[in-house]
Ligand binder design. Sequence first.
Ligand SMILES: [Zn+2]
Ligand SMILES: [Zn+2]
Length: 377
Amino acid sequence: MATQKADYYETLGVGRDASPDDIKRAFRRLAMQYHPDRNSEPGAEQQFKEINEAYEVLSDAERRATYDRFGHAGLDGDIGARGFEGFGSFGGFGDIFDAFFGAASQARRRAPSRGADLQVQLELSFEDSVFGTSKSIVINRTELCGRCNGLRAEPGTEPQKCPGCDGTGEVRRVQRSVFGQFINVSVCDRCRGEGLIVTNACKQCRGTGRERVTRTIEVKVPAGVDNGSQVRLTGEGELGSYGGPRGSTYVVLKVASHPVFERYEDDLHVGLNLSFAQAALGDEVQVPVLDIDEKKETTEKLTIKPGTESGEIITLRNKGVPHLRGGGRGDLHVHVQVKTPKKLSSEQKKLFERLAETMEEEKNNKGLFEKVKRALS
Ligand SMILES: [Zn+2]
Ligand SMILES: [Zn+2]
């Protein structure tokens, strides 16, 4: 032997106990990687030849056994001497043919494909997002031509059988490669795989069978949607091709903010200003709420307990935004803020001063009590 040959198992990157399937898989993977049509790196072609040689031996049980016992020497005069040139008669041909051309030789003609999706934005008031509503949107999309009904030919005329492919939509060409000859099936260029050629094109769509149309569509917006929510209108998108279904139109909602309510998930938050007197003595006040049944903003009576602190949150259960799924509603949180008066009449000032005095007495009494308590303990 002139040169030291690489071990066949090493060439394929498999162990000596590899199953025929393991060997086949390894060969396919490497053949794809080093095929001269795909890999132009120096040495790739040599690598490719070695991979084929290794596979040729290891995929044949008898030759593999000989190789296992005697190494390359056992095969001298067999494949090793014959070299790469004899490739056309190799057992590996079928596999490599599958690996490279199996997928490519299947024509992609007239495969139905789904139309593209469209997206439109819809602005909603805060109330509409909480109550739900129905709105019209205008979309511009492709539809079948109204004149030829998508047939592309002038009404009264018929498309002709394509002479390029004899109406089959496919063109078969015999190609030769290092592996021998094979048949390449491709989509007919003249009719783009349709098998038909329109000689008298429809005047309205110029033979495309399609036209751009502006459509007004009604969108039902469910109660509880939020800013950024999407409503999917199935089948309202672009036209599919070769009988494929229409795409969808996604309506992206843009919800305006509310002057009073703040939304966080399905809960609503509202601020409530109270005077010192209301906070100290308690009161009954009206707070804004959203009436889902009547679909309007209204008010509801809220009892303020005596001694309510600024910053306290009073929660009204089930007065928030309806849950989009599963029913029920979020809560309404009323955030209490006690307002310090900025301007006082002389009358109010006197009252506050009197109040301050009584509070001072109370504080002193409390201090005295503490002192006594400490002395006694
Ligand atoms: Zn037309
Ligand atoms: Zn054709």
